[in-house]
Design a protein around this ligand. Structure first.
Ligand SMILES: N[C@@H](CCC(=O)N[C@@H](CS)C(=O)NCC(=O)O)C(=O)O
Length: 211
């Protein structure tokens, strides 16, 4: 398999964690999102992913999958152990909901394209963009803090899709200096997950193309 990735992309980070947890090897194809206005915008990458975003996963069959949650669920379906979702349907819905607070409600507002749009098309100052970033992270983290169950991970003793989404979002928040002191449960879960090799190896700074 080939993973189109960028070391700082939190959506690609989710897939790196998932691949590591499943023990699935892949070759990384780095796509620089800043260089020359974003190499993801070149026709070569548009041919891979029409939405011009990472991650994308090329399967051995040549098929390309996009969208981190779809890729992670594909990995879970094709490599069932360890499972990323609990067996109970209500618990599954809860884990998915937690992941979607991050992937559908926090991340899309703070992603490269919208932040660039605020700056270049809408002419917003960097300070206002930083305020926007922080506002939506804090808004989402308030909900996550309330949704976390007794640990050590977000939903107990097994690592789930919720954890796979949480760690990259926390790393992103730290990078943008969002204060996390109001979120002791999030910080504790993140610290517990940091001890797992699958999470450690997936960190942005541990990618060969990191800068
Ligand atoms: N919902 C998508 C988000 C993908 C996404 O937006 N990736 C970002 C990096 S985290 C990206 O490629 N941004 C490039 C751009 O917006 O131009 C997923 O979960 O895969």
């Amino acid at each position: 398999m080939q993973l189109y990735s960028y070391f700082r992309s939190s959506a690609a980070y989710r897939v790196r964690i998932a691949l590591n947890l499943k023990g699935v090897g892949s070759e990384t194809i780095p796509i620089h999102l800043q260089k020359e206005g974003g190499l993801n915008r070149k026709p070569e990458f548009r041919a891979v992913n029409p939405h011009m975003r990472v991650p994308a996963l090329r399967l051995d069959s040549g098929e390309v999958l996009i969208q981190s949650l779809a890729i992670i669920e594909y990995l879970d379906e094709t490599h069932p152990r360890p499972p990323f979702l609990p067996s109970d349907p209500v618990e599954r819905a809860r884990v998915r909901a937690f992941a979607q607070v991050i992937a559908c409600d926090i991340h899309p507002l703070n992603n490269t394209s919208p932040l660039r749009y605020l700056k270049h098309q809408l002419g917003q100052e960097q300070a206002r963009i930083d305020t926007w970033y922080q506002h939506w992270v804090l808004d989402g983290f308030e909900a996550l803090e309330a949704l976390i169950r007794p640990g050590p991970y977000s939903f107990g003793a097994a690592v789930t899709l919720a954890d796979i989404c949480l760690v990259p979002q926390v790393a992103n928040a730290r990078r943008f200096k969002v204060p996390l002191d109001r979120f002791p449960k999030i910080v504790a879960v993140d610290a517990a997950l940091a001890k797992l090799p699958a999470f450690e190896q997936a960190k942005p700074e541990n990618q060969p193309h990191a800068e």
